[in-house]
Design a protein around this ligand. Structure first.
Ligand code: COI
Length: 357
């Protein structure tokens, strides 16, 4: 259990105005969580302090060799006004899988969750109430040794910042158009694809720019070796409903093990769908489309929640899915996941944790 020092701000910021649309990830609350790591001493000096800039030496290792990881989760207000989190234990576990891959010291799972709860508790008045909004929580670790040699750092900072946010995609729940990238790749098995770390996102930017130039919003990545098997969208995992069955790429070491992905698999199985996790080739998707069996496509992610896909482009084939409308199952999943998160639907899975317990 962490001993967390709390220092409250004496200069609170103006909160976003109720009724004004909230952007994603642009506004930050009054406080942040910080904890240091020093080799030989371990994680220490856990504190919630006023939100502030940090000073680092230009030689800090994170700037040069990207030894860093991050997580993403959300706090919501439940029906009775209580702040709650959705499956924070899963974020704690995944954080340590990323830490292991990146040679960053692990944080005990219960300490990770305690730290998230501590900072959300202090800033709970910042949790927005409007439908579709939440307090986005961004825990991250950076390597801080002042050194230009390539090796694991001996010192780190673990921080958690909070951002009252609206929908991730500017067009909300409207179906997104996705470009299937056949030139660049995001990750390869054995690389860092399944870790939540900045390098994967940096690798994805060029595809995103290319897609945007072609009027597509997001990129769907194919595997890095055969350039044939579907991986993920970068900001979300991907699902297909083909001939009544739900399919998603299996976790293969190069895609992110999404928490919303896991929740959607659980829900679909409970609703009686056959859910298939396997290698899915792009040819299989094109074939399903051409034979009229590709019924729905959607993405899942903490930020994106459930995001219907209306258009998929692969080479010369432009596939318009479900007439570019939100599919029935996508809508049901969105309503159920957000319903559980906001307490409107009973949490029968033990996914919700109260912040103030
Ligand atoms: C999340 O969904 O929380 C993520 O970390 C994705 C990020 C690109 C916003």
């Amino acid at each position: 259990m962490l001993d967390i020092r709390i220092e409250r701000t004496t200069n609170p910021k103006q909160k976003p105005q109720v009724g004004q649309p909230l952007p994603f990830g642009k506004i930050f609350t009054d406080h942040m969580f910080v904890m240091n790591y020093t080799d030989g001493k371990g994680w220490h000096d856990a504190r919630v302090i006023p939100y502030q800039k940090i000073a680092l030496d230009p030689s800090a290792m994170v700037f040069h060799y990207s030894q860093t990881m991050f997580e993403g989760l959300k706090a919501y207000l439940s029906e009775d006004g209580e702040p709650v989190l959705f499956r924070p234990d899963m974020n704690a576990k995944r954080a340590n899988r990323s830490n292991e891959r990146l040679c960053i010291p692990k944080i005990p799972e219960e300490d990770f969750v305690q730290a998230v709860k501590a900072v959300v508790q202090v800033d709970q008045d910042w949790i927005p109430k409007e439908i579709g909004t939440s307090l986005y929580i961004r825990p991250f670790i950076i390597a801080t040794d002042e050194f230009l040699g390539v090796k694991p750092s001996k010192t780190y900072l673990f921080m958690i910042i909070l951002s009252p946010s609206g929908v991730y995609y500017a067009n909300g729940m409207n179906p997104v158009a996705i470009w299937i990238e056949d030139d660049y790749v995001r990750a390869v098995r054995g690389g860092i694809g399944e870790a939540k770390t900045g390098g994967n996102y940096a690798a994805s930017l060029i595809g995103q720019v290319k897609a945007n130039q072609e009027q597509y919003e997001q990129v769907l990545w194919l595997d890095g070796i055969e350039r044939k098997y579907i991986e993920e969208v970068g900001s979300m995992n991907i699902f297909f409903k083909i001939d009544g069955k739900v399919m998603t790429p299996q976790l293969n070491g190069s895609i992110l093990p999404g928490i919303t992905r896991d929740s959607v698999i659980t829900l679909c199985k409970e609703w009686g769908y056959e859910v298939i996790e396997k290698r899915i080739s792009i040819d299989e998707i094109v074939e399903a489309y051409q034979s009229g069996k590709l019924e729905e496509v959607w993405g899942t992610g903490t930020a994106a929640v459930i995001s219907p896909v209306g258009k998929l482009r692969h080479e010369d084939e432009v596939m318009v899915i479900n007439e570019n409308k939100i599919g029935q199952l996508s809508q049901k999943l969105y309503d159920t996941v957000t319903g559980i998160q906001s307490g409107k639907i009973e949490d029968t899975h033990g996914w919700i944790q109260r912040v103030n317990d």
